[in-house]
Design a protein around this ligand. Sequence first.
Ligand SMILES: [Zn+2]
Ligand SMILES: [Zn+2]
Length: 314
Amino acid sequence: MLPRAAALPPGAAAGPGRRSPPPAGLPREPPPRGRAMAQRGAEAAATAAAEEEEAAAAEGPEGGSRRWGAQHAGARELAELYSPGKRVQEWISVILCFSLICFNFYNLLSYLRLEHTPSVIVGIFAGVITADFLSGLFHWGADTWGSVELPIVGKAFIRPFREHHIDPTAITRHDFIETNGDNCFMTLVPLANMAYKFVSFSPEALYETCPWECYVFALIIFITMTNQIHKWSHTYFGLPRWVIFLQDWHVILPRKHHRIHHVSPHETYFCITTGWLNYPLEKIGFWRCLENIIQGVTGEKPRADDMKWAQKIK
Ligand SMILES: [Zn+2]
Ligand SMILES: [Zn+2]
């Protein structure tokens, strides 16, 4: 649910685990030599083609002359706001989150019984749907309201959403920590709460609540995975076969499906975990309805800050 983006300006030092994109107009790879190099050349060409395709998809009817991508002035400025302090927060979140996931998964398995099967299946399915809805709600909120200038949350959590719209493929250059740090941070409290139950509740109580905890656990896992799934939906080369299989069968967010969101002004298809809810929510005008209510109450215009960044040319 959290797009993370970090295009660096040409020539800027890359942060830990990151590569800076080459300036526009320069080849992305040195001229290939031999078969291996030729293959790398083809890979680079495929990536560049996919990026161009994505940049084109990101352009709205009014965006014809605008330069989207890593060289966009707004994208460069936003990328520079990715701080070392933020990087440390992401590392701590990822380590704590995955430790708690292992602990809770082990405990959950030890309380599962065969008779739980039907309710566990329903619980997992409901957990995935809830995660998809929450990914949409959070994504919509960050895309539509607030600004990068807001204290604390602006730079830490809204900035990546702004950057993702003007440089959609920056996310594909992020390492695991930068991609997943924010989502891991968000699931820490429910994961800690679940771990607390496993150490303090009686075995009888844990047996009783097992299906509910399966629902919560599936919800947490899919929220944690959302930005990785989102990154895959922007990746056009080198995806593992099983990821492509899951995308093709729409178990996780498919690439074509997510492209609908990336058409300016980015006002629909906000769900980015499985994308299952995008069509029904669009059909009932869910996001438009929420926007009208909020605009009526606060007077704020939806996506004003997003538009401001998109129009930045220097
Ligand atoms: Zn968006
Ligand atoms: Zn995206």
